[in-house]
Design a protein. Structure first.
Length: 203
């Protein structure tokens, strides 16, 4: 008797759908990113509030408290409530697509994006000036203070960017959400040539 995924077999054991481990990995990464982001922001506010930027590595990294009403890397300031709704939408979409998740790479990428989105969304909900309008805490200013060379950012921003970059790489490699791989044009041509040669040999 064949056993279906998620069904009870003859031995009474329940087989685990292949999506479950990936969803767990996604959730674990998101929770770790969220916890680390909240922790760094709490410590950053406590240590950097009202202080001049702290130089590290000879000024390569500058720790500086900036309250950002915009998106990642201080973009789109003035649209805080819109960005909050966008972040909520991202969270909902990731949760919905996770039901089809069977790729470890996609689980890691979506976990990074979800954790980052939740980190900044937490600021927008709970920080001043009010719900959905709260300013995000940014802490890292590379190369020079005040974002003069590169925008000031936080751990959540980095996580979102890394997750997005991983999604691009997976797309270029043809890796799909369900764990399948889309053949490249080169692979398709080879397969077509192989089928042609097999057809010619059979005639």
């Amino acid at each position: 008797m064949a056993r279906r995924e998620g069904a009870v077999g003859e031995t009474g054991a329940v087989s685990v759908p292949s999506t479950v481990p990936r969803v767990r990995l996604l959730a674990l990464i998101a929770v770790l990113i969220l916890a680390a982001d909240i922790a760094t922001k709490v410590v950053g506010v406590a240590l950097l509030e009202g202080r001049e930027p702290v130089e590290l590595l000879g000024g390569l990294i500058n720790l500086q408290l900036v309250r950002n009403p915009g998106a990642a890397f201080s973009l789109a300031t003035g649209y805080t409530w819109v960005l909050s709704l966008v972040a909520l939408g991202v969270v909902v979409v990731i949760i919905r697509v996770s039901r089809k998740l069977q790729s470890t790479g996609w689980a890691v990428a979506l976990g990074l994006i979800l954790g980052g989105a939740l980190g900044n969304l937490t600021d927008r909900i709970f920080r001043a000036p009010g719900p959905l309008q709260g300013h995000v805490v940014d802490l890292v200013s590379p190369f020079a203070p005040d974002g003069r060379v590169f925008p000031v950012f936080n751990l959540a921003d980095s996580s979102i960017v890394c997750g997005g970059a991983l999604l691009v790489i997976l797309a270029l490699l043809g890796r799909e959400l369900d764990g399948t791989r889309t053949p490249s044009k080169k692979d398709a041509q080879k397969e077509s040539q192989k089928e042609s040669q097999e057809g010619s040999a059979g005639e």
